[in-house]
Design a protein around this ligand. Structure first.
Ligand code: HEM
Length: 274
């Protein structure tokens, strides 16, 4: 976060201010939770609680010589999880609602599946694994509208990629969006919403099983992907159980990117109680 401290432009000053606000909120939260844990209260079973408890146990077991994570480390972890996990999952849900509004036949199929598996009850974690149609829909939404449209890597030494050589210190960007919209990989219907292409899983959906990259690839693949999919399935199930939905006339389809891929003018959707 040092880059925005170097030049005092209005934008950098605002980023600095926002960063300070976020850090001060997190400092407060951590202090409150650390005190509660020391006083023997439960950790509430969430990520921050688990992180703090494991860190305190580590320090206790290894004596004061090993501090474990500092408060600053914990703050950075909170920021990573919040920024990597919140916006991405929320835009996935937003695009899913938009696309299911555009394709009512798939909305009906998804609702039928949810109602036949769970009725109007809240789905259990195990039950989410039985959702076939909803999973195909989420994959197809992630293909057409990947929340992260690219990822970057810096070469740390000379490398050969395919038949091209790159020097050390180069930024290489891999466009997820281009890969997901390549007709040579997905077929001539690449721009159409066709969840059935995932009927036999990700590996059979395209001509190149490595071409589906919504969560990245390799050692830095998204650590939260299973959590994100479970969360998205749970939310979509609960929405389908209660509402049917259509696009409002004011909706304009204009995907654009500000960190994640958003609908530029928002997602105006009309919900009707079932
Ligand atoms: C639909 C939702 C999500 C999408 C599309 C997504 C996408 C991605 C992508 C593409 C990467 C790799 C970036 C790279 O290689 O440079 C990544 C990394 C990461 N994601 Fe997610 N993510 C999602 C949800 C989440 C959630 C819910 C969490 C946490 C609870 C999370 C935590 C992380 C973390 C910590 C990393 C960095 C992993 C590392 O560098 O080792 N993500 N995510």
């Amino acid at each position: 976060m040092l880059y925005f401290r170097s030049l005092p432009t209005p934008n950098n000053k605002r980023m600095y201010q926002v960063n300070n606000e976020v850090e001060s909120i997190l400092h407060g939260l951590i202090a409150k939770r650390t005190k509660a844990i020391k006083e023997g209260e439960s950790t509430k079973d969430d990520l921050l609680g688990l992180l703090l408890e494991s860190n305190m146990r580590h320090t206790y077991d290894n004596g004061q010589s090993s501090m474990g994570m500092t408060n600053e480390d914990v703050i950075e972890e909170c920021k990573t999880f919040y920024f990597a996990g919140m916006e991405t999952t929320s835009v996935l849900l937003m695009w899913t609602m938009i696309v299911l509004s555009m394709h009512p036949e798939w909305q009906d199929r998804a609702r039928e599946e949810v109602l036949s598996l769970f009725g109007k009850n809240k789905p259990g974690y195990e039950g989410l694994n039985r959702l076939k149609t909803v999973t195909m829909i989420l994959y197809e939404v992630l293909r057409l509208y990947p929340p992260s449209i690219h990822f970057s890597r810096k070469t740390c030494k000379k490398v050969l990629i395919g038949d091209k050589r790159y020097p050390a210190g180069m930024m290489i960007e891999l466009s997820v969006l281009l890969m997901h919209h390549d007709p040579d990989i997905w077929g001539s219907d690449v721009h159409e919403f066709k969840p059935e292409r995932f009927a036999e899983g990700i590996s059979k959906a395209s001509r190149n099983s490595g071409a589906f990259l919504p969560f990245g690839w390799g050692p830095r693949i998204c650590i939260g992907q299973n959590f994100a999919l479970a969360e998205a399935k749970m939310a979509i199930c609960m929405i389908l159980q209660r509402f049917d939905f259509v696009l409002a006339p004011s909706y304009t389809h204009a995907p654009y990117t500000v960190v994640t891929l958003h609908p530029m003018h928002g997602a105006q959707i009309r919900l009707g109680l079932i």
